[in-house]
Structures are given as C-alpha cells and as structure tokens.
Ligand binder design. Sequence first.
Ligand SMILES: Nc1ncnc2c1ncn2[C@@H]1O[C@H](COP(=O)(O)OP(=O)(O)OP(=O)(O)O)[C@@H](O)[C@H]1O
Ligand SMILES: [Mg+2]
Length: 316
Amino acid sequence: MNSDVILETRNLTKVYRDFWGRPKVLALKALDLQVRRGEIFGLLGPNGSGKTTTIKLLLGLLFPTEGEAFLMGEPATNVAKNERIGYLPEESYLYKFLNAEETLHFYGRLFKLDNAERKKRVDQLIDMVGLSAAKHRQIREYSKGMQRRIGLAQALINDPELILLDEPTSGLDPIGTSEIKDRIRELKDRGKTVVLSGHLLADMQDICDRIAILHRGELKELGKVRDLLTVQDVTQIKTRDLPEAAVAEIEAVIRRHGGELLAVDHPTTTLEELFLRIVRDSELHPGRRRVGDRPGMPADGDGDGSAAATPAGKAS
Ligand SMILES: Nc1ncnc2c1ncn2[C@@H]1O[C@H](COP(=O)(O)OP(=O)(O)OP(=O)(O)O)[C@@H](O)[C@H]1O
Ligand SMILES: [Mg+2]
C-alpha cells in the first residue's frame, strides 16, 4: 500500500443474512476505495445506501462477506488498530447519567491516558465543541445537537490520526453544522484524515476534498468535489457595476467567436449563507430587527413582527 494511502478497500462486500443464514440484503457491493492521508473524504448517499455498513466494516465491527480493507497498514478486522482511530457512531451510545466531563474522562481512562493528560484533553475538547456552559449537566438532558457535539469530543479523546464520523451533523441546526464543519477543517489542518458520511449535499460539497457517491451499495461516482461539480462547457465571468452598453458589446464579442450568451444575471447567495449571516448579525446586535426596520419606525418597534429576525440562538 502506498504510504500516502491511509485507508484502502478492495472488493469490499457485505451481505446481511437473516436468522437462518440466508442472504437478505446486499448492503455493499465490491467497493474499491483509497483515502489519502490528510484529506477530508465524504461518503455520500441516500438512506440505506451502505454508508454505515462501510464505516462499521472499516472498524472491524462487521465482518465482510467478501473483500478486504486496510487502515494505516492494518487489516480492518484487527480491532487493535482502532486505538488510533476516532469514531462517531450514527447513534450515540453514551451513558445518559454521566455529564459531559465525566463522559470524556471515562473514555480517556479506557485509552489509559494519565490524569494530567486526560484532564487537559477533556477541558480542550469540551471547549472545542462549545459545551463549556453545559459540562456539568447529564447527557440525558442534552438536546440532539449537544449530544452530537459530545459525541465528536468523545471520538477525539485519543487524539486519533484517522477519524470516522457517521453523519456528524445530523440533528444540528445550521449554526451547529457550520461549527462542526469548522472543527473538521481544523482537524485537517492538524494533519488528520477525516472520513465522514452524510446526505446533506451542501454540507458535503462545502467540506469534502473528495467524495464517493453510493447508491444501493454500489459506488456510483468518485472524485474531487470541485471536478465533479464543474460544468466544463460553461464559462462564467463575474464583474461589478457593468453598464448595459458593455453587456451588449460583450455579447457581440461572444457571438463573433461563435459562442452563445446563456445568461446575464446577478448571483444569489445560498439560504445557508443568508441564515448564518442573519443569526450572527443578530448575536452582534441583539434586539435589532430587520423586518421592522422601516423609515420612521423605532428600531425595536413592533413592526409586523411576524417574520422578525429574532436570534435563533446557539445550539448549545
Ligand atoms: N443489521 C442489519 N441487518 C440486515 N440489514 C441491514 C442491517 N444493517 C443495515 N442493513 C441494510 O443494509 C443496507 C445499507 O444500510 P446502511 O445502514 O449501511 O445504510 P446508510 O447509507 O448508512 O443509510 P442511512 O443514511 O439511513 O444511515 C440497507 O438496506 C439496510 O436495510
Ligand atoms: Mg447510516
């Protein structure tokens, strides 16, 4: 295996069997994949396409029907390698009656971290996932988003080189999602490799260097996000404050070269960007309303109120 490759699957196949051992579901079909050290790799696919199955096979939690996988040079079935891997399961298996701090100490002890190191990492991680204010509350009181955050912290307690995240942003609001995406980028900056699954296209597009698209257990597409999304035969030109006359001239030039002017328009932002901007703005200027911001109205006036941009608040 090339030393640049941290994870590789060859013909990896999983057939789930029923109680009688008869084949029931072909969940993963002959997957060939290579993930390079230091990249953020996305497993993208609709529900039931085999993402979780793939991750569990990589961890050796499931045994493949055919094929094999290697992580950091070790066979996936060797679970000892998991000490160098961080794993956020699809559903959290955390103890409900521990608080965030106790949870992380518990996992830190499993990895045999000494007291000082454990304390340092627990504090850092709680801060990193934004749970400082809630660290003494029991996990059973946590919202979905808070549980995802503590799950991520738990996955990082052993300072792993390779991190497998099964739908890290499920249940998170856009702010929480954007924070988790930032954390994942930071992990990459620190030289870690992250493999994550998901079906929220915009998030995957945002964060992944490369993606694999699975459908019904089959690999349908694999490549760099940018390459996959680039429309090769369309050229886009962006300008600011362009007068109408110039547009006409440009159109003439394009025609002269045998091209066709497809569209002249103003770009729109995504709903995600808009939402994030509104919430951040609102946190900076509490009480200010956009909808009621009409001339002659007091800034905090009642306005029509119904669609007022009240702070959505953080997910913590
Ligand atoms: N323990 C199991 N026994 C039988 N079939 C299973 C089992 N686990 C998963 N499957 C089947 O394998 C297929 C792939 O499931 P998997 O959980 O890997 O999908 P996924 O891509 O993670 O989906 P989701 O987006 O819903 O999490 C599905 O058809 C599912 O029903
Ligand atoms: Mg899944």
